[in-house]
Design a protein around this ligand. Structure first.
Ligand code: FBP
Length: 281
């Protein structure tokens, strides 16, 4: 299984770099993400971007993965099956994203890797840590890499009164920047580090505003690889591309991005530019 694990890692990280297309937003945010870009509600449109844009993986929940199994195989873009999910209609301050699918489901659907979101700092973090730890163990035993969406979130992250020592440092970082608390290097690095401690092969984290601060995240997560999450579409292509350059300079291996690609008028042009930054061609 060790060899299969290494082969699958190589598939989603050719030359040690990754450019992953995230398409779990229909569940996490709902169809509002497709407004203004109705074609983006259709997986065939997204798969075409993934294929022609030379993405090294596409993230889906099991429903779409099952319905489009032949098309996904045909496109030859490695499938990363997201094993947990929650909708934004559920608005409790402390989020929990339950496991919905298994490593076995991922293998049956031909997935190359599995993904799972952990909201560190939520009062449900223990449940998510336990689920993700078990997923990682099983995935590795069966030769599948595991990717953690490490998003510190919840009441405690913002609670100045009972602030943890990390939050106190993050509040100081915040005073010198325009960052939201969950984008400060101390909070992002802590979430990423939990991914490493749990055994994730790759963690996906928010951008921290500068290459220097992102380097802090990458360094405290080594040897687990770090990719940047996309976030809401930036006003210009240049703004997003400059972030991609920053995180690569900081030692990240690439990104896992959705809206900044498929919410644009010309998703292939920006994909090409991102590919050039990540892979040099
Ligand atoms: P985007 O590039 O569109 O931001 O996607 C990255 C992602 O992590 C998705 O995989 C996920 O659905 C979404 O962001 C979660 O967003 P939020 O931070 O609003 O929960």
């Amino acid at each position: 299984m060790k060899q299969e694990l290494e082969e699958r890692k190589e598939k989603i990280m050719p030359d040690g770099r990754a450019m992953i297309l995230a398409y779990d937003q229909g569940f996490e945010h709902g169809p509002r993400d497709f407004l203004g870009h109705p074609e983006s509600a259709n997986l065939e449109y997204i798969l075409d971007i993934a294929k022609r844009g030379r993405f090294t993986g596409i993230v889906l929940h099991a429903g779409l993965a099952e319905k489009y199994e032949p098309e996904i195989r045909e496109a030859k873009v490695p499938l990363i099956l997201k094993l947990n999910g929650k909708s934004e209609l559920y608005t409790e301050e402390d989020p929990y994203s339950p496991q919905l699918y298994s490593v076995g489901d991922a293998l049956a659907l031909g997935a190359t890797a599995v993904g799972y979101t952990v909201y560190s700092g939520s009062k449900y973090e223990d449940q998510m840590n336990k689920e993700f730890a078990a997923i990682i163990r099983e995935a590795h035993n069966k030769g599948l890499p595991a990717i953690g969406w490490m998003y510190p979130r919840g009441k405690a992250i913002f609670d100045r009164k009972s602030a943890s020592r990390t939050l106190k440092i993050a509040l100081e970082e915040q005073e010198q920047t325009n960052l939201a608390i969950d984008e400060t290097p101390s909070i992002v690095a802590y979430g990423a580090r939990i991914g490493l401690e749990l055994g994730a092969d790759i963690v996906k984290v928010k951008y921290t505003g500068s290459p220097e601060s992102f380097q802090q995240v990458v360094q405290s997560t080594f040897p687990t690889k770090v990719v940047m999450a996309g976030g809401p579409r930036t006003r210009t292509d240049e703004e997003f591309l400059s972030r991609v350059k920053d995180v690569l300079t900081a030692g990240a291996i690439g990104l896992a991005v959705g809206r900044n690609i498929w919410q644009r008028k010309d998703p292939l042009t920006i994909s090409e530019k991102i590919h050039e930054i990540i892979f040099g061609s």
